[in-house]
Design a protein around this ligand. Structure first.
Ligand SMILES: [Fe+2]
Length: 319
């Protein structure tokens, strides 16, 4: 062991020390030292044309972090693969999930060949190379947690779950089941959460990611809710008249104050920042579907999710 007891050697140990008076550093977001997570929208035009490629939905410059990143912990991407072509990816991530917006093909991962088609979810743990092969022109919405690992300065080296396929048939059948239940009890939230039997600490799709498949029926209004996880929402089908209101505060009646309106667009993505109240509306004449992906696996494990709902009487409550 070396003891650095000479002044010149101690210098390296103390040269980066800083001391802040408490109020100057207790709230770096509030003081503006670091940015809030911004609203952002990413349209379908990003993945509808062009060559085979990964299109990172990158706002790292606005976040002040290394990129690509769509939130401090997650990176969302559109992936476009032309028929007969292949695409390789190698993320330093503990979790990656992709939803097949359209197309069919297979993914080679860790000695496995995973088939996929429109409407399937494929969830992968850490691994070496992931190689996707498209049978027809294909597009994914893919989210992974590489920004979290980059921030921590770590390399993923242990798989916490095995590759998992949530087929279109299975997920839509489960959504139909909860819809029948919801009709029976007049529930306004009709969604299924994807989960994994191995992740009983969080009840989520991976230990860091959270994924939902939801339907917003025509004429439906979902009362506001909020959570500390960031939501990277993919809208599937929707007609004009579907939108989300987002804001930081609610009235005593549970209405969002000075709300920002985000109009839904098919096969497009928007960010709902953590801690913001948000409520979904469908004033169109057709049902709409959405897939929010969040870092709520991690937040749930840390007991920091802090999810709250506005109740019909205007009060707020945990679920
Ligand atoms: Fe939400």
């Amino acid at each position: 062991m070396t003891t650095l007891n000479k002044p010149s050697k101690l210098k390296s140990l103390i040269e980066n020390c800083l001391y802040y008076e408490y109020t100057k550093a207790a709230d770096p977001v509030g003081s503006g030292a670091i940015s809030k997570i911004p609203f952002a929208e990413f349209g379908r035009e990003l993945h509808e044309t062009g060559k085979t490629r990964i299109i990172a939905l990158d706002i790292s410059e606005r976040l002040g972090c290394e990129g690509p990143a769509t939130s401090p912990a997650l990176c969302a991407n559109f992936v476009r693969i032309l028929a007969g072509e292949a695409l390789s990816a190698n993320f330093n991530a503990t979790s990656q999930l992709f939803y097949v917006m359209h197309g069919n093909g297979r993914t080679a991962f860790d000695g496995m060949d995973i088939p996929w088609k429109t409407g399937d979810f494929v969830v992968l743990p850490m691994g070496e190379e992931t190689r996707h092969f498209a049978g027809t022109d294909s597009a994914f919405y893919l989210v992974h947690d590489e920004p979290l690992l980059r921030y921590l300065g770590v390399k993923a080296n242990f798989s916490r779950f095995k590759p998992t396929l949530y087929t279109s048939e299975d997920s839509l059948r489960e959504l139909d089941k909860v819809r029948i239940e919801a009709d029976a009890v007049n529930r306004n939230r009709i969604s299924v959460l994807l989960a994994n039997k191995k992740l009983d600490q969080t009840l989520t799709v991976t230990h860091t990611l959270w994924a939902m498949l939801g339907v917003l029926p025509k004429d439906a209004v979902q009362l506001p809710h909020r959570h500390q996880s960031v939501a990277l929402d993919l809208i599937l089908d929707c007609d004009p008249g579907c939108y989300t209101l987002v804001g930081t505060r609610i009235t005593a009646k549970g209405e969002i104050i000075n709300a920002t309106r985000v109009d839904w667009k098919p096969y497009s993505v928007f960010i709902t920042p953590p801690g913001y109240w948000h409520a979904h509306y469908n004033e169109s004449s057709s049902d709409a579907h959405l897939i929010p992906l969040q870092d709520a696996g991690l937040q749930t494990y840390l007991r920091t999710l802090d999810i709250k709902f506005v109740l019909p009487n205007g009060e707020t409550s945990a679920p």
